[in-house]
Design a protein around this ligand. Sequence first.
Ligand code: NDP
Length: 458
Amino acid sequence: MASSIGGKDARKIKGGGAGGAKASSFGTVAGHSASVTYVSMLGLLLFCPPFVIVLWYTLVHGHGAVSSFWDLAQAKGFQALVEIWPRPTLTACKIIAAFGLFEAFLLLALPGKKFIGPVSPSGNRPVYKANGMAAYVTTLLVYTAMWRFGWFNPALVYDHLGEIFSTLIFGSIVFCVLLYIKGHVAPSSSDSGSTGNFIADFYWGMELYPRIGSSFDIKTFTNCRFGMMSWAVLAITYCIKQHELYGKVSDSMLVSTCLMLVYITKFFWWESGYWCTMDIAHDRAGFYICWGCLVWVPSVYTSPALYLVRHPNELGTQLALAILVAGLACIYINYDCDRQRQHFRSTNGKCTIWGKAPGKIEATYVTEKGETKKSLLLTSGWWGLARHFHYVPEISAAFFWSVPALFEHFLPYFYVVFLTILLLDRAVRDDQRCRTKYKKFWDLYCREVPYKVLPGVY
Ligand code: NDP
């Protein structure tokens, strides 16, 4: 769900494993050599921060045309990047700090039911307070009320967006360095450890569940309350800016924003389910996930709507409604896939899927401690169509909130292309991880459900 700026499950820690115990040396990415691992990590570390600035510049100042920055780069070389890169400012720091502190306060202060996360590789079970939906509603109400009563003009955020992204880029790198140091000197649980390689530790992270005290869960903050929340806040901001510029909000912007907000609402509605997914249960807190959620989500995930601010296409009621309905259907199917799997697991398979008893495989696996555990694999419903069918509606929904930009430029579709590559790669990695975990039971599942993502095709 949240940002992913590289392949997952990629680190291998000798003697530990993902999220596991103390480690001794840096291994290889699943399926890749050590040199490919280094090149991809260093490439993403170096490429992602400038890309965020180039994307912002092109969408805001270059009318979304890739040639606008390309021409500049051809004329000035590296200097072009230096010239367009806004310097961090005090205003940007204040906006980010106000938002971050408000979200941290809501995370700690709002009431919520206790939720116990899945068993970690070291046998721990993290405990959460499920108050994501309350934080989401509070944030949107407070933000729109501040605008409505004239206390704060959200258009300011758009006007300072370059500085905000620049400040986030550098601030989040510092944040990741602090996480790295914390992982070495004060890890929160036994689900931590070093690969012995600085770059890998910084990139993938040192800890699976870093916390401040017992209740401030850092990954919940970065992934959900900062990353996903900023996506919603920025989507509203872009509508307000378009209204300020043109005196109204175009139907293209309304459709795109509406779909994004429904998707994000679904995310917070289902936040405790997210605590059981790969982002939280398998990926450690490092540059890859934390920088990704603090910077990549607000900048890249919001980019189709950022383009629309100054390109208010009028789609007409029929086309706008058709896109809206198609997008809503995709979001619902994606939600239903996740819900089906969770419901099946939580009822121990004693449920109905599409009106029938579920098809299932009773699998066993051996934990790092050598204990044999049981798990259930669903082989009917959405999970009987393909092993990662849920990525199809995820990608399609992203397409539908991008398509109001129409087809003049490629850049509003960058997010869809990025997401497609990310999820196809993720499907391969998850298959590898599950095959290692479930062995012959996974092979049995693959025989029963032969397609990875798209039934009949792949
Ligand atoms: P999930 O965590 O939902 O699913 C994969 C896991 O589910 C597997 O590792 C396995 O874990 C278990 N599993 C696999 N097959 C079965 C089965 N047949 N029956 C029961 N359990 C099974 O994957 P993701 O984290 O990738 O996706 C979660 C949601 O986040 C999706 O909606 C996805 O679209 C979305 N997403 C969005 C992204 C974005 O950037 N927009 C990025 C990534 C995901 P176990 O070890 O428990 O068996």
